[in-house]
Write a protein that binds this ligand. Structure first.
Ligand code: BYC
Length: 487
């Protein structure tokens, strides 16, 4: 019988609230997968810190009940982290909220006709989780503080747990091919020529801490949008899994947003202290040992555009099929007020017209990726607004903006266009001539890299980033977030 309590059973090899103890087949499958996962973590997880004690958050139940919080904090060596299988509590009356099966009871087993589609969605979601750990594996060595290092490792172990979440679904509901897919998730590698990760942005490098903060701001936010859409799924185990993953995901975006805020704040403080009022005087600002705002803007352009590609093509029959089938909904579908079937509805997509842009209407069912991407942009703009407030309050005259949707796209309806960040269409030659003013070039990368020196003393921060205002679990400023193991 399924566990009614939302507390996790930690007395077993694989902590869970899905009654694994009484599900011998799945338990054996997961126990067989476990050593490969640990091997992968040791090979591809944070390099050089596996024996350090890290002050980590671990989920112990799937919802907070009064004084009993859903997670506890303590020092843990990362390979000993309790990666578990945690699903949000079941609602026995839940119905499929959208698509052609709307109103039918949510599926507790995989609907045969949609098996392949569902497996594909779960595999793609699963593939991104280990990919991000691989992309970030060397960052610990250049952490600007122990606080930031701890946050990086927290994000990493939770991505590891999210992989477990998808592997559980594959093993429990997809039999032999689910087990094979679970193995493949450990075989592919970010950036590999032979066996790359499935989606573009997950094969890019995350070479420095500004990239890390922008990745967690933008790309983890794609994770949030996709998980919100999958949390609506008519396949109830997927919905419940994603709902709990979202609890953890919020922290990842907090890391990204506050990380960039602290960088911007430090830059503005240094400029003000040096009585400098031209933020575009890149060399002079860099000489202060901080990251100039134009370079941050270029990195924003890069990470935002790479992340837009993760939404797939603006017009997609796949997304229409996912929706019609009741497998993947819209962002917070349950809060939307329409027929949740979308047969008559349309959705506007910007397209070039007469040297400018106009909005063309398309069947809403085909435009679901564009809609989710627009919801993503709205969500991003809230955070960008907070960065700009920090700049404004310091008296510096600069504004960070998100580039036009057609800028630097590799996937979807804009991929063959050459658009500037403002959305002007230019020739390929002109675009290439200006590329270095819109996207980071080798000199920008070399400058950022030159700042990436480790700062491992408790309570100290690298020159280019401000101290955080909010600390995890109300710990004091000189708290030893990571107890580094002796070399
Ligand atoms: N790169 O109809 P299309 C996260 C493929 S992040 C390479 O345009 P569709 C996280 C596509 O697979 C969230 N290939 O798009 C964040 C398809 O291939 P097939 C991850 C791409 O299918 C940070 C073909 O092109 N979760 O959690 O409607 C840290 C035509 O596809 C790309 C999900 O994405 C690309 N960028 O939508 C850690 C949710 N884009 O089938 C974690 C699950 C498209 O013809 N996935 N293609 O061989 C989905 O919902 C959909 O698969 C996508 C694509 C939104 C990705």
């Amino acid at each position: 019988m399924a566990t009614l309590d939302s507390t996790v059973d930690y007395d077993v090899l694989i902590p869970n609230n899905v009654a694994l103890a009484s599900d011998a087949r799945v338990r054996r499958g997961l126990e067989r997968w476990h050593p490969g996962y640990i091997d992968w973590w040791m090979d591809m997880g944070p390099d050089g810190f596996q024996t350090s004690d890290v002050y980590l958050r671990t989920a112990v139940r799937v919802e907070s009940k009064g004084a009993d919080k859903w997670a506890v904090f303590d020092y843990v060596k990362m390979p000993d982290y309790r990666w578990g299988i945690l699903l949000a509590p079941a609602d026995p009356n839940r119905e499929i909220p959208f698509g052609r099966h709307r109103g039918e009871p949510a599926w507790q087993e995989v609907p045969g006709e949609y098996r392949a589609m569902l497996r594909r969605l779960i595999v793609i979601q699963g593939d991104t989780e280990p990919a991000s750990v691989e992309q970030q594996r060397f960052l610990g060595k250049t952490a600007p503080s122990l606080y930031d290092m701890r946050n990086l490792f927290q994000v990493n172990v939770e991505e590891g747990r999210h992989l477990w979440a998808m592997v559980y679904l594959l093993q429990k509901y997809f039999g032999r091919d689910g087990r094979e897919e679970a193995g493949e998730l450990l075989r592919r590698r970010s950036g590999s020529e032979d066996a790359p990760r499935m989606l573009g942005a997950f094969n890019e490098e995350t070479p420095d801490w500004l990239s890390f903060f922008l990745f967690t701001f933008f790309t983890d936010r794609d994770g949030k949008m996709q998980l919100e859409s999958l949390a609506q799924s008519g396949f109830d185990p997927l919905s419940r899994t994603c709902r709990f993953m979202l609890t953890e995901e919020a922290f990842h975006m907090f890391v990204g947003e506050t990380g960039v805020t602290r960088i911007v704040q430090r830059t503005c403080e240094a400029m003000t202290a040096a009585d400098m009022d031209d933020p575009t005087d890149v060399e002079a600002v860099r000489a202060l040992g901080v990251i100039d705002l134009p370079t941050i803007q270029k990195k924003v352009n890069l990470h935002y555009s790479l992340t837009l590609d993760l939404f797939g093509s603006e017009l997609s029959t796949n997304s229409a099929n996912f929706f019609n089938a009741g497998l993947k909904g819209r962002f917070r579908e349950h809060r939307l007020e329409d027929d949740h079937r979308l047969h008559e509805a349309t959705y506007g997509i910007p397209e070039p017209s007469n040297g400018g842009w106009s909005v063309a209407q398309h069947p809403a069912l085909n435009a679901l990726n564009a809609r989710l991407r627009d919801d993503f942009t709205d969500d991003c703009n809230l955070g960008v607004g907070r960065w700009n407030r920090t700049i404004r309050e310091s008296g510096v005259d600069f504004e960070i903006t998100l580039p036009h949707v057609a800028f630097h796209r590799q996937i979807g309806v804009y991929r063959d266009l050459h658009a500037t960040p403002e959305g002007d269409l230019v020739s390929e030659d002109e675009w290439n001539r200006h590329r270095h003013t819109w996207l980071p070039d080798d000199a920008d990368r070399a400058f950022i890299e030159s700042l990436m020196k480790p700062e491992f003393r408790p309570g100290h921060y690298a020159s280019w980033i401000a101290e955080p205002r909010i600390r995890i679990n109300h710990k004091p400023g000189d708290f030893e977030w990571v107890k580094l193991a002796e070399a």
